[in-house]
Design a protein around this ligand. Sequence first.
Ligand SMILES: Nc1nc2c(ncn2[C@@H]2O[C@H](COP(=O)(O)OP(=O)(O)OP(=O)(O)O)[C@@H](O)[C@H]2O)c(=O)[nH]1
Ligand SMILES: [Mg+2]
Length: 466
Amino acid sequence: MPDRLTTQRTSQSSFDPLNVSLQPPPNETEEEKTLRLEAARKAVQVSRNIDAGLAESRKAMDRKKRAVKILLLGQSESGKSSVLRNFRLAFTPKFFETERLVWKTVIHLNLISSIKKILSVLQEEWEALEHDAPDAPNDTPLSSEHRRLALSLSPLLAFETSINQLIASDSSSGGYTVTVRPGGGWKDKISSFGRSASAPASPIDKSADPSQVMQVLAACKDEIIALWEDTAVRRLLNARGVHLQEDAGFFLDDTARVAAIDYVPLDRDIMRARIRTLGVEEHRFITESGFRAGTEFFITDVCGSSSQRSTWIPYFDDMQAILFLAPLAFWQSLDEDKNVNRVQDSLEIWREIVGNRLLAKTAFILLFNKKDVLQAHIAAGVPVKKYVPSYGDRPNDVASVTKYFRDKFSAYHRKFSPVPRPFIFYETEAIDTKSTAIILGEVQEQIIRNHLKDLDVIFTHAGERI
Ligand SMILES: Nc1nc2c(ncn2[C@@H]2O[C@H](COP(=O)(O)OP(=O)(O)OP(=O)(O)O)[C@@H](O)[C@H]2O)c(=O)[nH]1
Ligand SMILES: [Mg+2]
């Protein structure tokens, strides 16, 4: 009885070369026939798999086209990753919850980084004393008690090195900022320790176990507080220009809470944790809550360091919106170049980005982030004119400073945009999750509304409706 494949083939045109090649050879044995049919079945299966794969990738492309794509830009430490964390807290709270304990390890590393800085200042002081002539006057504020404290805290440094080796990129070792390998793999590495019931195999593994760090931190809690609250240590830090309170990821004032064994990071702690983004990270998620729950987002977060900005360009294509983070830290220079004022740097990037033709259809949303830090500096009387002479004799208050810089950003936006587009601007404080959630809700709504409008146009032209 002819098989189905043979029947189909014979019913088609005999001029089809494929058809001809699939014809059974003359004098085919039963065994050859079985093999041939098996090969044909496999070929059909392969072809179906390819079709399914193509359909799947077409669907994925279509999904990506409909998804909302946002690019976070701005200099290093402007708050891009913090805004992303706020986004996840506001719109994917269940997912956010699954990562809460991972942040505990990052916060512990931030705390140890601050301790490491204090210990290195103490060490420098002791080394300077050793190099002084024996009869030189010894006016160091440090005593043997400081040596004891430093010694008792030194094991923390070994833990920090081990955990960094576990999660960090090769280029980051030895610094004070937590830097992880690109992608989310580092989070799995931290979580896997918590999940594993068995003890780690080697001593290095053991010291990289975040729960071990937790134990040691809890045991050293009183020494950490004593060191940080010591007036001689504070004086020495001031004398050397080390202002830890101004550092990103500063948790020394919260040691009693953060180093407690049962510490669970608060939302605000997670927003204050510092972890430098390396490379470009694309985060895809579907919103669980909010006005338009179920919307798919692709949010791309980048590294803001000057040397990494060329890596942003490939991600310009097909973005609905750019959230541009620009803290008004007029008193600060870039870490990577002390001669460049931070606000001037933000303005330069802004000018280039708004003028980029690849982004002509992209909405720009400017966030003057770190509003709280600006308020604190203005309240402390830091004069804008000293750092930005063109500010002149305008009033040294938050409203005037904000207006001054907003006008500059707005003028660049108007002058350099390839097409006219609205200037959208917010003042934000990414460590305040409530106010940030409200702003992100508005931003999300604007972006989605524009995106749906665009999609409608695209799909109507193509003859299909979404
Ligand atoms: N006080 C205050 N701190 C903030 C605010 N926004 C962000 N931070 C902190 O600033 C530090 C840097 O923020 P990130 O979000 O890591 O900065 P980033 O732009 O992603 O930096 P890179 O990854 O290096 O490009 C973190 O410790 C944040 O907690 C804010 O509005 N106020
Ligand atoms: Mg970042």
